[in-house]
Design a protein around this ligand. Structure first.
Ligand code: EPZ
Length: 424
């Protein structure tokens, strides 16, 4: 797809969009395959995304044999693999750091370039390293890379200073091959953690407490391969639901687990959006004209997800009244604000709080996506805007949304990477 998308907005969307598999569940489960020796892990419902391809490339470089067809990934891990992760792949995708725990636990050593920050924040991995050190690993930072080694990780009690998703996943996977019991406290409770724990249990691991704040893991050296299924992508689902709301449309998102985004549904009801769900689909009815301002703070699950904050801000920019949106997870996740303001939004930033005064409409414009979810927010804003909006930086969006252009066109959006472009 071209690195820009053109949207002629103003059309109320109508129809059903099927949710893709969850990127943030598939990535850690793929990394977990490294815990296996001479065995194969097959994942179903894996989304076709740039980030998944990056993880496939990383696992291949480490020595795994992989096939990826029709949303199914099969990862065969031989007896011996490499324990050095190449810098270009780690710099390309922070989630590459999820191989650190499995590699160290399996090989007794691992070298991994520090992932560095990204546009939404500095994103250190100190909690990952602190936990591995507590399990007995020696951790050295040399030339911007982590050099970790151990004669064998030991189970212990670890309290996370913050319920980090990545640190929970890395330490959970490392604990699987550690000696004895590990208790991880104040851990992340995201559905993606539960999907990882279920997948590890299919491989023979002994885990209790996923979805609660405490995980208890019995070290179990002999794991076996198996088939696991990736949960639906709650963030993609929320994005499509909000596309329905911002376009004043009637949209159903199917193949979801509604409980996974209770926090959004509660906020939509507060904003007077007609929202309903049955079984595994959620629907919204025409609500833009009665949209009311709300206030929210992003929080770890089950709180309101930071990955939906930009998209909801785009919607609230067209609500009646003033919304207050506090971002408590990432220190610089407001890069979409300046682009929304280019389109006529009235947003004032005060530290990690955005004061969003509702306006009647957006003006079409050329805007730049600075990261994955910011890009999704700008596409939503374009759907609500009469005239043509051009969103650049679609490379970011492709990292997390499979066929977003096709999905939105299927419910009536006038969207393409070459509408009206003579040389397109
Ligand atoms: C995961 O990132 C997701 N990525 C992110 O989704 C998501 O925004 C984030 O969780 C929060 O929900 C994947 O699952 C691949 P964290 P992760 O560790 O694991 C600080 C998207 O759009 N922290 O929970 O990196 C950190 O700086 C992406 O799909 C430390 O200080 O998130 C941040 O402020 C974006 N030290 C906060 O905790 C650490 O060692 C949350 O980070 C680890 C984290």
């Amino acid at each position: 797809m071209e690195d820009k998308l053109k949207i002629v907005g103003g059309t109320p969307l109508k129809g059903t969009i099927k949710t893709q598999g969850a990127k943030n569940a598939a990535l850690p489960v793929m990394a977990a395959s490294l815990l296996l020796k001479n065995a194969t892990l097959t994942l179903e419902n894996v989304p076709k995304l740039k980030d998944i391809t990056t993880m496939v490339d990383l696992l291949k470089v480490l020595g795994a044999d992989i096939s990826f067809h029709d949303h199914k990934v099969s990862i065969s891990v031989p007896d011996s693999i490499s324990w050095e992760t190449p810098a270009p792949l780690v710099q390309k995708m922070r989630a590459s750091s999820l191989v650190l725990g499995p590699l160290l636990a399996r090989e007794g050593r691992a070298v991994m370039p520090l992932p560095g920050g990204c546009s939404i924040g500095s994103r250190p991995i100190d909690l990952h390293l602190k936990g591995l050190a507590k399990m007995g690993a020696s951790i050295e930072l040399q030339h911007g890379a982590v050099h970790a080694s151990t004669k064998g990780l030991k189970g212990c009690r670890i309290y996370l200073d913050f319920p980090s998703v990545g640190a929970t996943e890395n330490l959970l996977m490392a604990a699987i091959l550690a000696e004895g019991e590990t208790v991880l406290e104040n851990v992340a409770r995201e559905p993606e953690i539960v999907n990882l724990a279920d997948s590890l249990r299919t491989m023979g691991a002994k885990i209790e407490g996923e979805g609660t704040g405490v995980l208890r893991i019995q070290g179990s050296p002999d794991l076996q391969g198996g088939n696991v299924r990736i949960i639906p992508d709650r963030i993609a689902a929320c994005t499509y639901i909000l596309a329905g709301v911002i376009s004043d449309g009637e949209v159903t998102v199917s193949d979801v687990i509604p409980q996974h985004f209770d926090s959004l549904l509660a906020k939509l009801e507060e904003a007077s959006v007609d929202v309903s769900f049955d079984g595994n689909s959620v629907s919204v009815g025409p609500s833009r004209k009665k949209l009311k301002a709300i206030s929210l703070k992003t929080l770890p699950y089950p709180g309101f997800p930071t990955d939906v904050q930009p998209q909801l801000m785009a919607v609230m920019s067209l609500a009646q009244g003033t919304s207050v949106i506090k971002e408590s997870i990432f220190e610089s996740r407001f890069l979409h604000v300046s682009e929304l303001k280019k389109m006529g939004a009235d947003v004032e930033l005060q530290g990690n709080t955005a004061i969003v005064k509702g306006v009647n409409h957006f003006n079409c414009s050329e805007v730049m996506a600075t990261d994955l979810r910011a890009g999704a927010a700008l596409i939503l804003a374009g759907l609500a805007t009469e005239g043509e909006t051009v969103v650049h930086g679609m490379g970011h969006v492709e990292r997390g949304y499979e066929n977003i252009e096709v999905n939105l066109s299927s419910v009536g959006a006038k969207i393409a990477s070459d509408i009206g472009d003579e040389d397109g």
